[in-house]
Design a protein around this ligand. Structure first.
Ligand code: NAD
Ligand code: IPM
Ligand code: MN
Length: 351
């Protein structure tokens, strides 16, 4: 079996961690009897600087035939973030109807949480982030430019279809786990969007009497994530809330270098896209010291998506083993190893 995979390393450490993740994925493929046919795309801020575009006009069409996409990270100083991200990552998520952004985290063995007294595997949760609408919207604009009364408007969009399908996805997922969904809301401050979100949450929850449904204002949920993370199983959140909560979830379980994510098109009509939660980290780019674990685990999510679940599980087990041994850790984990050395240790453990 051959899976055709598009690789978009992107910018900064996205390039290093993607090369490393590919090594691990290829090792898993060899061991478990399938192959990955990679096609690499140089779409990035560097490309923007040379050509004026992050990707070609027919970029979406070029990717649409692939079985999956592995993306590094997008964004680098010199190109404004709203240009680079709305020129590549966000249009891909939308064109491919990847309306679920799945962000599982667990406290990996051998790493100690910043939350004192927590042990490995005691912290485990998944954030189901709405990935196609919400606060991320291009509707709005700048008005009275240059005048004393200059202002901007940034609209949020919450559709019934969009809200309902993400909440339903969270409940279905909860049925495979601890049967507990927490909805991140802010219906005390936002007068239209979040009361609507809550209303639909209650409607969907009523159809899942076997799942405990709870809503929590996102500010209080952020505190709970730190103080009582064991009271969280599945979080369902709007685009922006889910974005913020997922960096927090990463931080309490080992750091940004450890958290994977999947932009999922549940119907399978279009390819899904896998990436780390973290960005291109310009502050450490080019030093070869980025932690590749998040991207390796994103690669494992890609394999799960392709149906290669045994290989995916083996990668997670190898990551656990390398982290537990502790001999090959990158600086963010307190070690001195390079990106490639950590990935090579995972690949060696796989073999
Ligand atoms: P970031 O996640 O890139 O970095 C935040 C901090 O975490 C930095 O100190 C960085 O060094 C550290 N860090 C992140 N990943 C790490 C890893 N694997 N190993 C070790 N340390 C790691 O967030 P930022 O600084 O806000 O954003 C930098 C750029 O990345 C911006 O252009 C932003 O728009 C972009 N970004 C892209 C994506 C994406 O493509 N999916 C996601 C987030 C941010
Ligand atoms: C993420 C990132 C992106 C997001 C940015 C870079 C647009 O932070 O994937 O978490 O907010 O979706
Ligand atoms: Mn983010």
């Amino acid at each position: 079996m051959t899976h055709r995979i598009a690789s978009i390393p992107g910018d900064g450490i996205g390039v290093d961690v993607t090369i490393s993740a590919r090594t691990v994925l290829d090792t898993a493929a060899e061991k478990y009897g399938f192959s990955l046919a990679w096609t690499e795309f140089d779409w990035s801020c560097e490309r923007y600087t040379k050509t004026g575009a992050m990707m070609p006009d027919d970029g979406v069409a070029q990717l649409s035939g692939f079985d999956g996409i592995l993306l590094g990270a997008v964004g680098f100083p010199g190109v404004a973030d709203h240009i680079s991200l709305w020129g590549l990552l966000i249009p891909l998520r939308r064109a491919f109807r990847q309306y679920v952004n799945l962000r599982p985290v667990r406290l990996l063995p051998g790493t100690s949480s910043v939350l004192a007294g927590r042990k490995a595997d005691e912290l485990e949760m998944v954030i189901v982030r709405e990935n196609s609408e919400g606060e991320y919207s291009a509707i709005g604009g700048r008005h009275n430019t240059g005048q004393p009364d200059e202002f901007v408007v940034q609209e949020a969009v919450f559709t019934r279809v969009g809200v309902e399908r993400i909440i339903r996805y969270a409940f279905e997922l909860a049925r495979t786990r601890e049967r507990h969904v927490t909805s991140a809301t802010k219906s005390n401050g936002l007068i239209h969007s979040m009361p609507y979100w809550d209303e639909i949450f209650a409607e969907v929850a009523a159809q899942y009497p076997d799942v405990r449904a709870e809503q929590c204002h996102v500010d209080a949920l952020a505190a709970r994530m730190v103080q009582a993370p064991d009271r969280i199983d599945v979080v369902v959140a709007s685009n922006l809330f889910g974005d913020i909560l997922s960096d927090l979830a990463a931080a309490i379980t080992g750091g940004l270098g450890m958290a994977p994510s999947g932009n999922i098109n549940p119907s399978g009509e279009f390819p899904s896209m896998f990436e780390a939660v973290h960005g291109s980290a310009p502050d450490i780019a080019g030093q070869g010291i980025a932690n590749p674990v998040a991207q390796i685990l994103a690669g494992a999510m890609l394999l799960d998506h392709l149906g290669e679940t045994v290989a995916a599980q083996a990668i997670r087990a190898s990551v656990d083993e390398v982290l537990t041994t502790g001999a090959t850790l990158t600086p963010d984990l307190g070690g001195t190893a390079t990106t490639t050395a950590l990935a090579a240790a995972v690949a060696a453990s796989l073999r």
